[in-house]
Design a binder for this molecule. Structure first.
Ligand SMILES: Nc1ncnc2c1ncn2[C@@H]1O[C@H](COP(=O)(O)OP(=O)(O)OP(=O)(O)O)[C@@H](O)[C@H]1O
Length: 219
């Protein structure tokens, strides 16, 4: 399988605080990986580096065989942040929000509509177009954000604790959708989660970040 990410001896500091102290990682196309670690261990920071939001202090990150940087097609790397209840507390519909994921694409109105329909059906939210985002449940909001991320024909979906603040049933539904996206659509998924018990049977590997170093957890 093609290598999507190759991270070598990655170091990163915020000022004098060295958070990542030589992280190595290989992500192959179609992998479904979970990342765990104590609060403040640097999981979100690692994600920011994989997204190109932060730059390494030293070490390298290759994406699709080339250094991550100005030549990277970032539209193929999608990110779903932690659910923030306060955000989107303005009247935006599901349709308008998912449409933001098509930013910059030149499409006819019919094509846009079809892409939005397809994305909403991937997350089991058919018919939710005109609902107000702010009036949805936490699990439904998270699924709308995943639809927005997927609509850009993504290769990699990166999620930061996608089940924070949602109830048990909605968590199970969300993981079921992620599994479907992975198994049927072949999307590579990297996910920070504390809920290994719910995902253990569907993931390819668990990585633990501790003392600035990433280790694959042995079964
Ligand atoms: N923008 C920033 N400026 C300075 N320090 C930061 C910044 N963001 C994070 N840190 C520090 O870097 C360390 C790692 O933070 P990070 O958010 O990556 O951890 P995390 O493993 O994602 O934590 P959590 O599980 O609590 O979300 C922490 O000590 C944090 O205080």
């Amino acid at each position: 399988m093609k290598e999507i990410y190759r991270v070598r001896d990655l170091r990163f500091s915020y000022g004098k605080n060295e958070v990542l102290k030589g992280v190595n990682l290989s992500v192959k196309q179609g992998d479904f990986l979970a990342f765990i670690g104590a609060n403040g261990s640097g999981k979100s920071t690692l994600i920011k580096l994989l997204l190109g939001i932060e730059k390494p202090t030293s070490g390298t990150i290759d994406y699709d065989g080339k250094p991550l940087g100005k030549d990277t097609d970032f539209s193929r790397i999608s990110y779903v942040p932690q659910l923030m209840v306060a955000s989107y507390d303005f009247p935006i519909t599901v349709n308008e929000l998912v449409d933001l994921g098509l930013y910059g694409e030149k499409l006819t109105a019919d094509e846009r509509e079809r892409r939005i329909d397809d994305a909403l059906s991937l997350v089991d939210l058919e018919g939710f177009h005109d609902r107000l985002y702010g009036a949805l449940s936490g699990g439904q909001r998270q699924r709308v954000l995943i639809a927005k991320a997927l609509i850009s024909m993504t290769d990699v979906l990166i999620l930061d604790e996608p089940t924070t603040g949602i109830d048990f049933k909605a968590r199970e539904e969300l993981f079921h959708i992620l599994r479907h996206l992975h198994d049927i659509h072949g999307i590579t998924i990297l996910m920070i989660t504390h809920e290994l018990h719910l995902v253990e049977d569907m993931i390819d590997g668990v990585y633990v970040l501790e003392d600035g170093v990433l280790e694959k957890r042995r079964d």
